[in-house]
Design a protein around this ligand. Structure first.
Ligand SMILES: *[C@@H]1O[C@H](CO)[C@@H](O)[C@H](O)[C@H]1NC(C)=O
Ligand SMILES: *[C@@H]1O[C@H](CO)[C@@H](O)[C@H](O)[C@H]1NC(C)=O
Ligand SMILES: *[C@@H]1O[C@H](CO)[C@@H](O)[C@H](O)[C@H]1NC(C)=O
Length: 204
């Protein structure tokens, strides 16, 4: 019990340190429509202080938190070498106890989009696929913030059915190892999982 509470506190602390909206970062129960009313959700948190290049021309709908891995592959086929992105594998949640979706890549692009967010709730089968429109670089140890534009929506009347843009902010981690380690510590085609946390803001 004490461990559970301290984990929740730690979690809230970590999020509140990095949030760009005011005050209480976690959604209140009342704001959490996922699962209660199936699918569609709209919460009262409003994004503030977003860098203007990431500001989508659409209406804010809801916010989800994510944690998981960005997966990279060491590529030594050219002398430059590279850590190529294989894709994310992350969970989406409204609060530390409630996971509502997955974040992953399509195996092949859909209208040029690969990044996908889907609902894993029984009552909501929606998803959105998107491609990067703008990149906003932050600290080198964290993956950039992004503006992603939808290339395809799936599922009717679900949370993601009408999402037009996704904004990624407040990233922690998720970067590949130093390039020098590809071909040295890691061999060609070796995968590296880089843990990250972030917030995804959905607009429609
Ligand atoms: C490795 O990088 C090269 C050069 O960018 C690229 O052409 C090739 O497809 C990559 N290999 C793999 C396995 O992704
Ligand atoms: C996406 O959602 C469906 C359930 O609707 C689930 O079966 C699937 O595993 C989810 N995640 C991925 C990565 O496809
Ligand atoms: C970003 O979106 C704008 C407006 O739709 C478009 O004109 C521009 O080409 C897009 N940029 C990229 C890199 O997709």
């Amino acid at each position: 019990m004490a461990l559970k509470i301290s984990l929740v506190l730690l979690f809230v602390l970590l999020l509140s340190k990095s949030l760009f909206v005011d005050s209480s970062p976690m959604l209140k129960r009342d704001d959490d429509d996922f699962g209660r009313k199936c699918g569609i959700t709209k919460n009262s948190i409003e994004p503030k202080g977003l860098p203007s290049i990431l500001n989508p021309p659409a209406e804010f709908k809801f916010l989800l938190y994510a944690r998981g891995d960005q997966i990279y592959k060491c590529n030594t086929t050219t002398p430059q070498k590279s850590w190529d992105i294989v894709g994310p594998k992350a969970k989406l949640f409204v609060n530390p106890q409630k996971v509502v979706g997955d974040h992953y890549f399509q195996p092949t692009p859909v209208n040029e989009g690969r990044a996908t967010w889907n609902s894993t709730l029984d009552c909501d089968h929606s998803s959105v696929i998107g491609k990067i429109n703008q990149t906003y670089r932050v600290e080198p140890e964290n993956i950039p913030w992004l503006l992603i534009q939808t290339t395809k929506n799936e599922g009717e009347n679900g949370a993601f059915s009408d999402v037009k843009y996704v904004v990624r902010t407040n990233t922690k981690g998720g970067v590949p190892p130093p390039i020098g380690e590809c071909g040295d510590k890691y061999s060609n085609n070796e995968l590296f999982k880089s843990y990250y946390t972030t917030q995804y803001w959905y607009y429609h």
